[in-house]
Design a protein around this ligand. Structure first.
Ligand code: CTP
Ligand code: MG
Length: 399
């Protein structure tokens, strides 16, 4: 059993609010964004950050649910995570989290579970600033709207937005700084940085992220749902809940032999010179076998039909293709289609194309096969009539 070193960092995830403005029928942290809750998404970001003690502050009565989410998100860091019960205000909830920080921790981050989509980079920026020695740091975004100071229905004054920034979480603190500030706090502050600033400590800023917005209203929840939708689809595809077809490629070349009858594209061609080879030299069939096996990731023709398999000596396309379909079928793939082209000066193919395609398709258990033929304008070995080359592609899909 490995012993996890005691981390220097603690991340307090406050999730004890009721979500009044969201108006869902569960506390905000337990509302679903997709198949995962607000809290689960927040924890995915937390556990993607550098290793830390993680303290989730949960609503009273929901500690078990919070623990379930922690265990699901923490992976091999589950012994670093715990759940405590929050208080009536955010500040009380943070205080409950602070009371659970382990003795050796030097830096404390406080993060709103409601900022569920905060990227791990923001955690890193905050931690880097703390490592550089600042006592307190807040991720912020510039204010983009023009701001007015108002009174009732009147504008009283313009506000210089260049001097303003919107604060986000995680907010980071040297542990002694936040502990001592909380010890003397005698009223409610809007956030931890304000509480620490009131205790006379300097607070630095690092860049926040637009994805760190706080899910507060139903519109915010819609925005979060829209943001996770594409990644959910691609993740599902990776898990093969959406079947991903695969393509493969195969080629083969054989020279014309001295004696015998040609076998090509699954057909016998009386009067045409034979191709040489361990089997019947049917380059079209062999290219198809390689294309299908490569699509399914099952090796190549040599893997399954090498010279160590005497039963395939002299065998025709039907035997190769039927066995190939069986191999990929056993591996969980079905053949979508096959396309193959061969280069040769002879035989003249067009008149028997349909017959060839039907024979090859039947051998593959019915998958459509298209075969085309071309001369090479007299160029190369096919053009000089020395042999035949074939090129095949195949598509397979999981079953
Ligand atoms: N929070 C908390 N304990 C509280 C109040 C708030 O842990 N007593 C947490 C919330 O769970 C949230 C974060 O502080 O992750 C920011 O608070 P806010 O967005 O205001 O959440 P709620 O208080 O739940 O929402 P509302 O104010 O609409 O009721
Ligand atoms: Mg609130």
């Amino acid at each position: 059993m490995s012993i996890t070193p005691v981390p220097r960092i603690a991340i307090i995830v406050v999730a004890a609010g009721s979500g009044t403005r969201l108006g869902a029928n569960a506390p905000k942290a337990f509302v679903g964004i997709d198949r995962h809750t607000v809290l689960r998404h927040a924890l995915e970001g937390v556990f993607a950050a550098p290793s830390a003690q993680v303290i989730v502050v949960a609503p009273a009565g929901r500690e078990g649910d919070a623990l379930t989410e922690v265990l699901a998100a923490s992976g091999d860091r589950r012994d670093l995570a715990s759940v405590v019960v929050g208080g009536a205000t955010r500040q009380e909830s943070v205080a409950a989290g602070l009371a659970a920080v382990w003795p050796d921790v030097e830096f404390v981050l406080v993060h709103d579970a409601a900022r569920a989509l905060t990227p791990p980079d923001v955690f890193r920026r905050v931690l880097d600033a703390l490592a550089d020695g600042v006592p307190a740091v807040v991720p912020t975004l510039p204010v983009v709207d023009t701001l007015k100071q108002v009174s009732g229905s009147d504008v009283v004054a313009a506000v210089d937005r260049s001097q303003l920034a919107a604060a986000q979480t995680p907010q980071g603190f040297a542990r002694v700084v936040i502990d001592s500030a909380y010890a003397v706090a005698d009223r409610e502050y809007t956030d931890d940085a304000a509480l620490v600033a009131a205790a006379g400590r300097a607070v630095a800023i690092v860049p926040g992220d637009t994805r760190s917005f706080k899910i507060t209203t139903p519109d915010d929840l819609d925005r979060a749902r829209a943001l996770v939708a594409p990644s959910t689809a691609s993740h599902a595809a990776l898990e093969h809940s959406v079947p991903i077809p695969r393509v493969g490629i195969g080629t083969d070349v054989h020279a014309f032999a001295a004696a015998g009858t040609l076998w090509l594209a699954g057909l016998e061609w009386p009067g045409e010179p034979a191709l040489s080879g361990h089997s019947d030299g049917d380059v079209v069939a062999h290219a198809i076998v390689d294309a299908i096996l490569s699509a399914a990731g099952q090796g190549d023709i040599g893997t399954h039909f090498g010279t160590d398999r005497p039963e395939y000596s002299g065998a025709h396309a039907e035997a190769f293709l039927a066995r190939t379909a069986a191999i990929v079928g056993e591996a969980g793939w079905r053949i979508g289609n096959v396309a193959v082209q061969f280069q040769a000066t002879r035989p003249r193919f067009a008149g028997r194309r349909a017959e060839a395609e039907a024979a090859l398709s039947a051998a593959l258990g019915g998958a459509p096969v298209s075969v085309s033929a071309t001369t090479t304008d007299g160029l190369g070995f096919p053009g000089r009539g020395e042999g035949v080359a074939a090129f095949a592609t195949a598509l397979v899909f999981p079953v």
